[in-house]
Design a protein around this ligand. Structure first.
Ligand code: PLP
Length: 442
């Protein structure tokens, strides 16, 4: 790190600031599967940045599209105005979205996508004259970004500790992680689909289904440690929502764009929600952008309810469909298609699974969970020091092995770019295995 760099003023997000600043981990360049650190080392990216650089770093087509757009038109409003790239971007996104989801609302990231989807859900019921439907249901350990809506439907206890009670009218399903029954499952856990019945048997019974606007879930709960839905679980949620006229929202901020070897988790699971929230891989993380992809008749309900010249939905961001983001998105979707990256991820998934499960039996490995190019490795925590064991592996991976991993609590979460090859998969898991082996059982 340059001796002159002042690290004092940047209050870093989701970071142990004091720990980081005592020995900063700085990245200064990126290309393909690698970062370069400020001491000149190549760092293998085991996390696609933050689950977002799915096509690998610095893709020339995406870089060129952004440069061209910046030189042509830096910004144009999309409130009562438009620019062609915004419409082309929506069309391109629909071209890879599940059948029937064909209207797109753009925002700037996942958190805004979540709040946008929740607002669409609430307003949709109102414009149809069903305004009693105000309740939103999320899940324990769900992560839906950092807006007030998102932390309310999310189920992270730390948010309650820091920010107090969630918005009124929210309730939560249990999360479906069941290590006692499903440890070391390869792919989807066999047991636990019945946990979805809780929606009908407990929450809808308690609250009256006619008051519930939407259920929001991540198909795979990523940020809180790779929690996979048991086989049949999401299908059950869909069926229950259908029975009671409740909207089902999939937050696909991390599962979108090939993570599971299909465009969306909705495709992988063959469960089509009423809305999909996406971000991250949407622009390969080059320019911030998020989107909510909506069923046409939900969109049409707004059009039908408002007079001809009225704004139908009172929502939007200055930077919705920003020209640079739209250009980046168009190039990114083109790269996904022409380089067949989703298919590549699907083809690589079995090798990734083998490598992941080779960690079984190593000291302190309590569970390994995987699907597509996602893996969670849960460690037995050090008594009295939650998170410390996994964080130590993270530090050793970075400093000693030149590998970037991510940890949440005592869980290591891996989600490499979809361009990862077999030797890189070996390096990723081999590095973690070495560190666990050397640290030994304690
Ligand atoms: C499922 C999910 N939803 C929402 C978000 C929030 O996205 P952002 O950080 O872009 O606001 C994330 C971020 O990791 C996420 O994983």
């Amino acid at each position: 790190m340059p001796k002159t760099l002042n690290t004092e003023h940047f209050w870093m997000p989701f970071t142990a600031n004091r720990q980081f600043k005592s020995k900063p981990r700085m990245l200064v360049a990126a290309s393909g599967m690698h970062y370069t650190s400020d001491d000149g080392r190549k760092i293998l990216d085991g996390t696609a940045g933050l689950w977002c650089v799915n096509a690998g770093h610095g893709h020339p087509k995406i870089v060129e599209a952004i440069q061209r757009q910046a030189a042509t038109m830096d910004f144009a409003p999309v409130f009562q105005m438009g620019h062609p790239q915004a419409f082309e971007a929506a069309t391109a996104l629909v071209s890879i979205a599940p059948e029937g989801l064909n209207r797109v609302f753009f925002c700037n990231d996942g958190s805004e996508g979540v709040d946008t989807a929740l607002k669409i859900a609430l307003a949709y019921h109102r414009v149809r004259g069903d305004g009693y439907r105000t309740r939103l249901i999320g899940r324990e350990r769900g992560y839906h970004g950092v807006g007030f809506g998102g932390i309310s439907v999310g189920g992270i206890a730390g948010n309650r500790k820091h920010f107090g009670p969630p918005l009124a009218g929210v309730d939560h399903l249990r999360h479906p992680l069941d290590i006692a029954r499903n440890a070391f499952s390869r792919g989807l856990p066999e047991l636990g689909a019945e946990m979805a019945d809780e929606l009908e048997q407990r929450l809808l019974t308690l609250h009256d289904p006619a008051t519930v606007a939407a259920v929001i879930v991540e198909p795979i709960q990523g940020s809180t440690g790779v929690i996979l839905p048991p086989k049949g679980y999401l299908q059950k949620l869909r069926a229950i929502c259908d029975r009671y006229g409740i909207l089902l929202i999939f937050d696909e901020v991390i599962t979108g764009f090939g993570r599971l070897g299909a465009p969306f988790a909705a495709d992988y699971f063959d469960v089509v929600p009423d809305m999909i929230i996406c971000a991250k891989g949407l622009t390969n993380a080059t320019v911030p952008m998020g989107a909510v992809i909506v069923r046409q008749d939900i969109h049409d309900a707004f059009m039908d309810a408002a007079p001809e010249n009225a704004i139908e939905f009172f929502h939007g961001y200055t930077y919705s469909a920003h020209p640079l983001a739209a250009a980046a998105m168009l190039a990114t979707v083109d790269v996904y298609k022409t380089e067949r990256l989703f298919e590549r991820a699907a083809a690589m998934a079995p090798y990734f699974e083998e490598a992941a499960h080779s960690l079984k039996g190593l000291p302190n490995v309590k569970d390994v969970r995987n699907l597509g190019l996602v893996c969670g490795i849960e460690l037995d925590g050090i008594p009295g020091k939650p998170s410390a064991r996994a964080f130590d592996v993270f530090l050793k991976c970075f400093w000693d092995k030149g590998v970037l991993i991510r940890t949440t609590g005592d869980i290591i979460a891996l989600s490499p770019p979809l361009i990862i090859d077999k030797p890189q998969i070996d390096q990723l898991f081999g590095s973690i295995a070495d560190i666990l082996r050397i640290a030994g059982k304690s």
